[in-house]
Write a protein that binds this ligand. Sequence first.
Ligand SMILES: CCCCC/C=C\C/C=C\C/C=C\C=C\C(=O)SCCNC(=O)CCNC(=O)[C@H](O)C(C)(C)COP(=O)(O)OP(=O)(O)OC[C@H]1O[C@@H](n2cnc3c(N)ncnc32)[C@H](O)[C@@H]1OP(=O)(O)O
Ligand SMILES: NC(=O)C1=CN([C@@H]2O[C@H](COP(=O)(O)OP(=O)(O)OC[C@H]3O[C@@H](n4cnc5c(N)ncnc54)[C@H](OP(=O)(O)O)[C@@H]3O)[C@@H](O)[C@H]2O)C=CC1
Length: 321
Amino acid sequence: MTDHVCLQLQSWLHGSAGLWSSSLPQTGFFPPLENAMLLSGTFNNRVALITGGGTGLGRAMTVTLSQLGAQCIIASRKLEVLQQTAEEISSQTGNKVHAVQCDVRDPQAVSQCIDQMEALTGLPDVIINNAAGNFVCPSERLSPNAWQTVIDIVLNGTAFVTLELGKRLIQKQKGASFLAITTIYAESGSGFVAPSASAKAGVEALYKSLAAEWGRYGHRFNIIQPGPIRTKGAFSRMDPTGAFEKVKIDRIPTGRLGKPAELANLVAYMSSDYASWMSGAVIRFDGGEYVSIAGEFNELRSVTPDQWKVMEAMIRKTKGS
Ligand SMILES: CCCCC/C=C\C/C=C\C/C=C\C=C\C(=O)SCCNC(=O)CCNC(=O)[C@H](O)C(C)(C)COP(=O)(O)OP(=O)(O)OC[C@H]1O[C@@H](n2cnc3c(N)ncnc32)[C@H](O)[C@@H]1OP(=O)(O)O
Ligand SMILES: NC(=O)C1=CN([C@@H]2O[C@H](COP(=O)(O)OP(=O)(O)OC[C@H]3O[C@@H](n4cnc5c(N)ncnc54)[C@H](OP(=O)(O)O)[C@@H]3O)[C@@H](O)[C@H]2O)C=CC1
């Protein structure tokens, strides 16, 4: 028996058993709740700008904020996509969603887009910097333009939107909540997405800096780092073959991907007056993925109770160093 368990352990250590496969099957402990969490009317008489709000996670944020009473503006490059999303959400919630075309890489376009927005709704109370560009690529294959494109969308785009709106809000003495959507690897860095990691780290530095500087103008700045949540935009560029999805799920302690509506509830809370004392916060929202990857001994999840008996006996038998 003991020899058999030792052999199993050796085979596991040498990688013939799945390193990340847990000895306990996930039993659906963490079902997602996808309805809007806050009270209806929480965002009545509020205007929310969501960059990249036409698709994926930005779209889900727009649905939730609109359900809760906000008048939303969604902005990105593809006007047709924005218009369709805006119409669908407006008719679903009864609250107007406006579509405004804007390439956040271009500061003049950003300024014009904000002019348009001011004419439509006045300056926003809630700003969600969600637009992004990303793709997996070995760093030695990146061209200068590939690097620059991601930095321009993510870091410069967020800065142009935030600074232009911030200046106008300060001028009008109007408070606002700013939120940036980054990623869990903004902190750790990550191979194969170096431009995105660098840009998202820059966004976090910008938001923490402004949280300190612009609280005096009534502005809050917070950050959410989502873990993997299925969207066409992300998954088609991060896992085009689908080969890595199971690996990802296996290393998430809650045993599943996140849902767009779950993230949208957190966005709504952090953008609402219920969070008016929250500024400079960085909230990781990843089902436990980050700590699961980081912990030195977390692979030991694969050790079975029989294997633990053998290992414990070996450890206890050892005397001295
Ligand atoms: C290990 C397990 C992995 C499993 C993963 C599973 C799930 C994912 C989990 C987590 C996700 C975590 C984080 C996600 C972060 C995100 O940001 S996801 C958001 C993704 N959404 C988007 O990217 C939408 C917008 N993107 C785009 O429009 C385009 O993709 C692009 C960013 C490229 C910008 O488009 P455009 O301005 O039209 O640029 P170009 O096509 O002209 O390209 C500019 C230069 O970039 C080079 N380039 C483009 N694609 C690639 C590529 N795949 N590889 C290498 N280089 C690329 C292109 O050649 C241009 O450079 P040159 O001019 O040729 O030098
Ligand atoms: N899904 C996930 O697992 C994760 C996502 N994230 C983050 O969540 C956010 C949303 O991503 P997700 O919904 O998955 O992906 P999407 O691709 O659906 O969203 C990205 C959005 O950004 C917009 N966008 C891209 N370039 C520009 C630009 N130059 N100017 C204006 N808008 C632009 C796109 O619209 P258009 O093409 O019309 O311009 C699109 O709506 C991003 O910040 C991403 O980094 C972070 C961690 C995990």
